[in-house]
Design a protein around this ligand. Structure first.
Ligand code: PGA
Length: 267
């Protein structure tokens, strides 16, 4: 079965509304002819609505950097599925290592450089995944090991465990909607990309674990992205690998030329 490649730009906490519009206006013509790759961008919440209007009718789709697992109510600072659907959001990034809190909480004295600011846990990743699916949003679930875990030889165990917990109570019937992103924490924003053979191997481990939990049809259908310092000059090698079905791009998605080059490498 062939899986359509999916290239998603994660803009993180960058771009005002005018800057976001400028970026997407520059991007549109550069990827206009691409039909064999799903192209997704993830602006900040403030820019979702205007950017959604700007890309209406184009081949670019909208994702959100967050979601809460309740429909509405007294949840100051959070955003709901209905609010996201209302402005045309299709995908939602869940469990990115920056909000994940399993490496320590953001208390005074904690190691700020090791980020993990928002206390996201495997449990909240699961709640958000279930709620997104129920609401008609498509989760992009991020998993990945830290450098210490890699050095300790724990990569496969960590990644399998994150998937077990993310997929708790997920029905096989809705599972083909999920996208996974293998994002080794040590490769994110560092310029240090994971070797393509190794990235493909870990994506294979992820596919195997999906198969154990959701069956072989889901394992074949579900797309797995690689994320972590993917750039125009390393994208083609990564994207040619059997188990890598796309990319989750941070830094390089902030420049229209670079992001378009990665999209074209997937095409
Ligand atoms: P990066 O970020 O491309 O800047 O390494 C990837 C990500 O965080 O998804």
């Amino acid at each position: 079965m062939s899986r359509k490649k999916i290239i998603a730009g994660n803009w993180k906490m960058n771009k005002t509304v005018p800057e976001a519009l400028e970026l997407v206006k520059a991007l549109k013509p550069l990827v206009a002819g691409v039909t064999d790759v799903e192209i997704v961008i993830t602006p900040s919440f403030t820019a979702l609505y205007p950017v959604g209007i700007e890309i209406a009718g184009s081949n670019i789709e909208l994702a959100s950097q967050g979601i809460f697992w309740k429909a509405s109510g007294a949840y100051t600072s959070q955003i709901s599925a209905a609010q996201l659907l209302d402005v045309g959001v299709k995908y939602v990034i869940i469990g990115h290592s920056e909000p994940r809190g399993r490496f320590g909480v953001a208390e005074e004295g904690a190691n700020d450089e090791f980020y993990k600011y928002f206390g996201e846990s495997d449990h909240t990743v699961n709640l958000k995944t279930l709620f997104a699916l129920k609401s008609g949003l498509l989760p992009i679930v991020c998993v990945g090991e830290t450098l210490a875990e890699r050095k300790a030889g724990e990569t496969d165990t960590i990644v399998r465990d994150q998937i077990v917990k993310a997929l708790n109570k997920v029905e096989p019937s809705s599972s083909s909607q999920i996208v996974f992103a293998y994002e080794p924490v040590w490769a994110i924003g560092t310029g240090e990309v994971c070797d393509a053979v190794e990235a493909d191997r870990v994506c294979g481990v992820i596919r195997d674990q999906i198969g154990i939990q959701l069956g072989s049809a889901a394992a074949k259908a579900i797309r797995i992205q690689y994320g972590g310092s993917m750039k125009p000059d390393n994208a083609a090698e990564l994207l040619a690998k059997e188990n890598i079905d796309g990319g989750l791009i941070g830094g390089a998605s902030l420049k229209a030329q670079d992001f378009a080059a990665i999209v074209n490498a997937a095409s």
